[in-house]
Design a protein around this ligand. Structure first.
Ligand code: NDP
Length: 287
């Protein structure tokens, strides 16, 4: 039986620590850290994600500022809002919930957010720092949460082989960069990795990160008994169940450690958003 990496519990512990720090700040008459969240349109999934972010902020005593814009809003209007938020002294973190409607160039929005308030870690400045192995980078929350889980469970990275399945800007690429900085030998795979090669590449991994959104992709053929698996994928089955990229029932008994879905990487992502907001706040207050 594998060690189950309990992301929900770890995320709660991190939130409790953040809450204690925010309480101290408020006791000493400082302002609370502030997070601005921009949502364009009313996509139901985005609405749930945004609501969860507000809830998480409230729980730890951070201020959140919500901006819900019409689906038809112009790119210029969103850019104007971001420019205002960039100079708003109450705000330490700005994020714009993706995806955006087609009239808005996602890259322009990402580039417009001040790098020191870029708590999603998507701005090229922060991505550049991350690739340079510079600890000043604000790092994308999901891969950052994965690294926290490895640390918390004492899973060594130095000299280990890591395989990341997926190369998105949100998960796969920053994940590979973090593992590289943590001294892993990293292989990144993607949809053009020949399907017949993928199981063999993955079997070599000490740490396997699956981030494709392809339910049940990872079967016993992909694993070895010393492997640690971080399952980032989220898919909904026909009967409404949330599942990861790993076929959990068959894989879990055969590996060393694994994150469940739900209750693994997901809760860590929001905890890291709070952590990045607090980091940004601390830097701003130190200036
Ligand atoms: P994307 O769709 O942007 O990226 C998926 C990646 O997987 C792509 O790089 C794609 O390759 C690759 N891929 C797809 N199919 C295969 C395959 N059969 N073999 C190898 N590689 C494959 O998704 P995201 O990175 O944004 O998210 C990935 C998953 O993680 C999703 O399920 C998402 O819901 C979930 N997620 C979970 C979060 C959490 O908090 N737990 C946060 C963010 C995402 P290519 O580049 O060639 O297309």
């Amino acid at each position: 039986m594998a060690i189950i990496i309990d992301g929900a519990k770890l995320a709660q512990e991190i939130r409790t620590e953040i809450k204690a720090e925010v309480e101290e700040l408020i006791k000493s008459n400082r302002r609370a850290p502030g997070l601005a969240v921009i949502q364009v349109g009313d996509d139901p999934a985005s609405t749930i994600y945004v609501r969860n972010k507000f809830k998480a902020c409230a729980e730890v005593g951070m201020e959140s500022f919500g901006f819900t814009l019409e689906d038809s809003v112009s790119e210029q209007e969103v850019l104007r809002l971001i420019s205002d938020l960039n100079t708003d002294s109450r705000i330490d973190g700005i994020l714009c919930q993706l995806p955006l409607p087609t009239q808005i160039d996602q890259n322009k929005i990402i580039f417009a957010i001040a790098p020191d308030k870029d708590v999603d870690g998507f701005h090229p400045y922060n991505v550049g720092l991350l690739l340079m192995g510079n600890p000043e980078a604000l790092v994308a929350c999901t891969p950052l949460g994965c690294m926290e889980m490895l640390k918390a469970y004492g899973i060594p990275t130095r000299g280990k082989r890591a395989v990341v399945i997926g190369r998105s800007n949100i998960v796969g690429r920053p994940m590979a960069a973090l593992l590289l900085s943590a001294d892993c030998t990293v292989t990144t795979t993607h949809s053009h990795t020949p399907a017949e090669d993928l199981p063999g590449i993955c079997r070599e991994a000490d740490i396997l990160v699956a981030a494709t959104g392809k339910a049940g992709l990872i079967t016993p053929d992909f694993i070895n008994s010393d492997q640690v698996i971080l399952d980032v994928g989220i898919s909904r089955t026909a009967d409404g169940k949330i599942v990861g990229d790993v076929d959990f029932a068959t894989v879990e008994p055969l590996v060393k450690a694994i994150t469940p879905v739900p209750g693994g990487v997901g809760p860590m992502t929001i905890a890291m958003l709070l952590k990045n907001t607090l980091t940004s706040y601390r830097r701003r207050m130190a200036d």
